[in-house]
Structures are given as structure tokens and as C-alpha cells.
Design a protein around this ligand. Sequence first.
Ligand code: FAD
Length: 385
Amino acid sequence: MHTPDDHTEIRDAVRQLCRQFPDEYHRRVDEQRAYPEDFVTALTEAGWMSALIPQEYGGAGLSMAEASVIMEEINRSGGNSGACHGQMYVMNAIVRSGSAAQKQRYLPAIAAGQLRVQAMGVTEPTTGSDTTKLKTTAVKKDGRWVINGQKVWISRVQHSDLMILLARTTPLAEVQKKTEGLSCFLIDLKEAVGHGLTVRPIANMVNHETNELFFDHLEIPEENLLGELGKGFRTILDGLNAERTLIAAECIGDGYWFIERATRYANERSVFGRKIGQNQGVQFPIADAYIELEAANLMRWKACQKIDAHQNAGAEANMAKYLAAKASWEAANVCLQTHGGFGFACEYDVERKFRETRLYQVAPISTNMIFSYVAEHVLGLPKSY
Ligand SMILES: Cc1cc2nc3c(=O)[nH]c(=O)nc-3n(C[C@H](O)[C@H](O)[C@H](O)COP(=O)(O)OP(=O)(O)OC[C@H]3O[C@@H](n4cnc5c(N)ncnc54)[C@H](O)[C@@H]3O)c2cc1C
């Protein structure tokens, strides 16, 4: 099995780049609710964002294990991969399901950092986790697709050139299985916005650019269908294990950040005439969080290993994301508690990371949906919804 030490070179190189963007940088971006453009550009120019694009298209062609180290190190440095992780995995749908022409057209440009493809439009306001009931439609008319409907929580739209959209092409009542009749499309955002697509940003708890989207007779070319007609659910699903595994690695990075900060503070802060870290009431929760994090990390490596061996990693990717999100959240809570009142002060960065890591128990899939997956697909229990 892979261990973190297998990837020292990548780890050190990403760490070195991240050092140019210290706490103050990420704090300022958070305060200003800005996009960390310099940071994302530096990561892109160094080639890290094209880690998973095959070499024949100009990417680095790295393994999932290696790519996950990049994400882990970004978060471990105090940064937030949420600003850019889409660029690493959304294009996976093009790699796996795109036509030869689409691959040639888009992948080299994504690999070169000329094209950002970091938005994926799935969630809708009235159907939420019940994805197959989504109501956005794409109908063929005069050789073009006409899209109508609404999406919510669609991230990084304002920092993407292309978005991958999931829409219904055959009404639910006319398909045998509810997963059928959905299709994926490539949306050129620069062309679409103002011509049938309206984007409304959602103010939220973290500095995460995410939006409501309104489609009103948006027309796109016929060739923008991505993958097989009616099989879009599969196209999206194929990429989800990579997404979950990378996000697990980000949570692991967050978790180490929290443990390191908690430990440092507990070793420095003195009250009652001794370091607070000398109290078992302070040190045991940190040790507990560290043990949970190390255990979660094992599942992350197992998911990477299965994906890299081209095996079905559905269970491991889901379990890794669940365990890592839980462990990072526990570490966040312990870190904040260890800092006492100072945990609430923005200049310590704990409250920012605390908010950021909380997201991963809700998105991109909420914890209950992971329990459902494991109950049904691993344990053979009846489908509960
Ligand atoms: C910051 C942010 C960024 C996001 N980015 C994107 C993006 O880029 N693209 C995109 O498509 N989506 C995105 N999402 C959406 C995200 O994937 C959804 O919020 C998430 O999947 C949950 O859907 P929902 O919010 O509609 O909750 P709901 O489906 O309404 O669920 C609400 C709660 O009820 C629980 N629940 C619902 N049904 C059941 C059941 N049958 N059994 C047990 N529990 C149940 C859920 O687990 C959840 O806790 C983002 C969300 C956020 C907050």
C-alpha cells in the first residue's frame, strides 16, 4: 500500500510553492471574499492542476495517489483547495467520456492552463440529493440543444471557461430506470452568460464562489453533448470517486494543519504556571484527533490504490471521504478549543479553516448519502430512498 512517504518529491515541491502564500495571504483573500487568483495561477503554471490529464494531451499523467498529495499539501499549508480542485477532476469526464475531437480540442488547453474547467452543474433547488429527479431539460431543436431549468450551489462558475452540466434529455416517465435519460453537456460559459444563462452568486459561510444558475432557452451546439446520450448519470458517476478521494486528501491536509497548530499552541501557552499542553484534558483530545486522522488517512490511500489499479473504488472513495471529513472536523474542533478565546480571532486562522473544513460533511455528498451507499452497496441492505 502507498504510504505518504512514497511521494516526498511531489510533497516537497508543492510545499515549497505553498510557502510563497503564507497565512496572511489566505486570511486577506478570505476577508475580502476574493478568489485566490495568484495562488491558483502559480499552481497551474507549475503544472500541478493538470496532474490527472494524460501525458499525450500535455498533462502530467500522475496517479490518483500523487494527485491527492498535491491537494493534501495545499490544505496542509493553510490554503483551501476548494478554490481550484475542480480544475483537477471536472475534466475527468472529458478524459473518460469525451469524443476524440473533444479531447483534442479541450485537454491540451486545460493542461496548458489556458482553459479553466472547474464547474460542474448537478444540484438543483427542488430535488437536492435526489439527483435523478432533476428538472433541467435539454431538448434538441434545429440541430442545437435548448436548455431550460435551474441549478443551485454551482461552484467556481465565475472562474471557469467551461462547465459540465447534467440535464434530462428523456422525461423521467419515459425511461425504464431513473438513472437513464440524463445527459452531460459542455457549456461555454463566456458565450452562455447573458444569452440564456443567468448567474446569481450565493453568499455563504466560507469564501467559496458558488452560484444559482437560471437557464432560459440557452442554446448550445449539438456537438457539446459529452459522452453518450441518455447515459450522463454514468458519465458524472465515473468522476465522483476521484472527486471524493481528492477531497478526502484535502480533509487529511486540513486535519494535519489543525493538529500542528493545536500542538504548537498547547506547547507555547502558559496559564496556572504551566503549559496548557501539560494538562491531560488538553493533550488527550489532540492525541485522539491525531489517531482518528491517521486511521482515516489509511482509507484515503486504499481508495487511491484501487483507483490507480482501475478497480471499482466506490466503497473506499466514499468511506475515505466520510472518515477524513469527520476526522478533520474533530481536529478543527479540538484546535479551536485548545486555542481558547484566541481560536475565534481571525489572525490565528483557526476560525477560517474551521469554517472551510466543515463543508465536506455536506458537499459534494452529504454524510447520510454515504451511509446509504455503504448500507445498500456494501452490506446488501434494502435501498432506503
Ligand atoms: C459550498 C457548496 C458548494 C457546492 N458546490 C456544488 C457544485 O459545484 N456542483 C453541484 O452540483 N453541487 C454543489 N453543491 C451542492 C451539494 O452537493 C449539495 O448541497 C449536497 O449534495 C446536499 O444536497 P442539498 O443541499 O440539496 O440537501 P438535501 O438533499 O435537501 O438534504 C438535506 C439533508 O437531508 C439529508 N437527507 C436527504 N434525503 C435523505 C434520505 N433519504 N436519507 C437520509 N438523509 C437524507 C441529507 O443528507 C442532508 O443532510 C455545493 C454545496 C455547497 C454547500
